[in-house]
Design a protein around this ligand. Structure first.
Ligand SMILES: [Zn+2]
Length: 549
């Protein structure tokens, strides 16, 4: 464990601008610094770093936090790992309560076990034969560190001979405890594939059975270092090509990755026996590559591709889908020498958005009007989640696929996703946001506001106002506090701004009451008179009125 006092000392010494500029280019902008956000694709900077507050916030995708959070997110590290990373950046020596870092010890176990697994392979003809039959070369075996593990007892002997402790080996995910006591090797009689973090540190293993064990593949368990939903097999080896060629291939397994690389497609990675999830997106985003989903053409592969393509496009990714035909997978095709065909398939994948639209449509019988209606609704809701320009570009295609009129897609476009985008707000919104920001800045003014306005009267910003009134902390409020285009007002300006907002609010209210066919007449005439003769004139004079009447 890292000593707490030492963590505090490190925190006092770190500077967020210095730390973030180790990773991305930052530019001074007023009191703050700006950069292109590394967590979502963008060309105009909406990522703001505040040296005064020692925090960052992205107005585009809503991420934010302090230096440690940034390093965690960017490097895919856990908290202590991020601290260690920052300490090494700053040449700061962390103190540990037990002498050394836990992860270092567990990592040492993984490294030594890996060397041993790799050596075992040569002595296991059956494994070598399996790999050769799959077309894997000696070169690839070495590049990917493929190894072999035999009986449980052999691993236990190896650990004790090398003075690697059982608790550390358990922490490394190499051994597990029996229910009745004692420990056993997690992988036995398997070909082993070391798994590395994005930065190339070993974090765990995958193992393929050679004895027809019902579980064909097994991975390391979740450990401090191994989180399979945030790892991509082969990424550290693919990284350079991904950045250089602006391309990334996601395939389904270890062997596919290895064979892709062997055939010269060095951008291939695979998920670790899980679907592609949102947790993978920050890794996929690095280098802003075109993402090619290279999946099997069977039912499961198509379903996985559809899910991944839907998620990727909703998050603004560009890419394509390649489904390998007739039960073939990339590994088999490459092993058969069909590298050219694989290259052609990769080049001619279907763009993600049309793929999603067509697959959604395909799952319904479009000759049946009821089913067609459901298909239309799901395609429309998918399109409505894309940005307006992208949405518009694919409406004609969707209409053709579904056999409906383009006009049906018209109307309501969601201009923003659920995250607040303060950049593209109208003047009206600026007034409301200034009011909220002023309240955050000066708690004493809250009382003044709660008498004249309740959150529900604040339209789109109702929940933001409510949070500010309650003194809560959330990422939207942080974003607002860093947005230099929104001013903090003094008390007099606040009154004027409130009066002007309320004047517009009650004017609109008056109009809706007048046209309301449901409201009892007596109530209606009372409200109309009250607003017209009392509230609006007072607000026009700059006087604030309570909403309780
Ligand atoms: Zn962002």
């Amino acid at each position: 464990m890292i000593d707490n006092a030492s963590v505090e000392q490190l925190k006092n010494n770190m500077d967020i601008v210095e730390i973030i500029s180790n990773y991305i280019e930052v530019k001074k902008a007023g009191a703050n610094f700006k950069a292109n956000c590394p967590f979502h694709g963008e060309k105009t900077p909406s990522f703001v770093i505040s040296p005064a507050k020692q925090i960052y916030h992205c107005f585009g995708c809503g991420v934010g936090g302090d230096s440690i959070k940034f390093v965690q997110e960017y490097e895919k590290l856990n908290y202590p790992e991020a601290l260690e990373k920052i300490a090494s950046m700053m040449n700061f020596s962390l103190a540990y309560t037990q002498g050394t870092s836990d992860n270092n010890e567990a990592r040492r176990v993984l490294e030594q076990v890996q060397t041993w697994y790799a050596k075992n392979l040569d002595a296991t003809p059956i494994s070598l034969e399996y790999l050769r039959n799959r077309g894997i070369t000696q070169q690839s075996i070495e590049t990917f560190g493929i190894g072999y593990v035999g009986q449980s007892q052999e691993l236990m002997n190896f650990l004790s001979a090398n003075m690697l402790t059982i608790p550390k080996a358990e922490e490394a995910g190499v051994v597990a405890q029996r229910e009745r006591g004692g420990f056993y090797a997690r992988l036995t009689e398997r070909i082993t594939f070391p798994i590395y973090s994005t930065s190339g540190a070993i974090v765990g293993f995958g193992g393929r059975t050679i004895t027809n064990h019902p579980a064909k593949y097994i991975n390391s368990p979740q450990t401090k270092m191994f989180n399979k939903s945030r790892l991509l097999y082969g990424y550290s080896k693919a990284k350079e090509s991904i950045y250089r060629n602006k391309k990334l291939i996601v395939c389904e397994g270890y062997l596919d990755v290895i064979m892709f690389h062997q055939a010269g497609f060095h951008e291939a990675v695979a998920t670790l026996g899980t679907a592609l999830t949102e947790e993978h997106l920050p890794i996929l985003r690095k280098g802003e590559p075109h993402v090619i989903l290279a999946y099997d053409g069977d039912k499961a592969g198509v379903a996985a591709a559809l899910k991944a393509a839907t998620m990727l496009t909703a998050s603004g990714f560009d890419g394509s889908v390649v489904l390998f035909p007739d039960g073939q997978d990339p590994a088999d095709m490459i092993a058969l020498g069909q590298v050219q065909q694989v290259a052609n398939l990769l080049r001619n994948g279907q763009a993600l958005i049309p793929f999603v639209i067509e697959m959604m449509a395909k799952s319904y019988d479009l000759n049946n009007p009821r089913e067609k209606e459901v298909a239309f609704a799901s395609v429309k809701s998918y399109l409505d989640n894309l940005t307006p320009i992208i949405r518009e570009a694919y409406i004609a295609h969707a209409a053709t696929v579904l056999g409906v009129n383009v006009a049906l897609f018209g109307g309501s476009v969601k201009l923003e996703n659920t995250k607040a985008r303060f950049e593209e707000v109208s003047r009206d919104d600026v007034g409301q946001l200034s009011i909220i920001k002023t309240l955050m800045d000066n708690e004493k003014l809250v009382n003044k506001v709660v008498n004249v306005i309740e959150p529900a009267m604040f339209g789109n910003y109702a929940s933001l106002l409510e949070s500010a009134i309650n003194g809560e902390q959330n990422t939207n409020l942080t974003g607002l506090s860093l947005d230099e285009s929104i001013k903090v007002m003094d008390e007099e300006e606040l009154s004027r701004s409130l009066a002007s907002y309320l004047f517009r609010y009650y004017s609109a209210r008056l109009k809706s009451i007048t046209t309301d066919g449901q409201m009892p007449l007596q109530q209606k005439s009372f409200l109309i008179r009250k607003i017209k003769m009392d509230i609006l004139p007072r607000l026009r004079r700059g006087e604030l009125v309570t909403y309780k009447f």
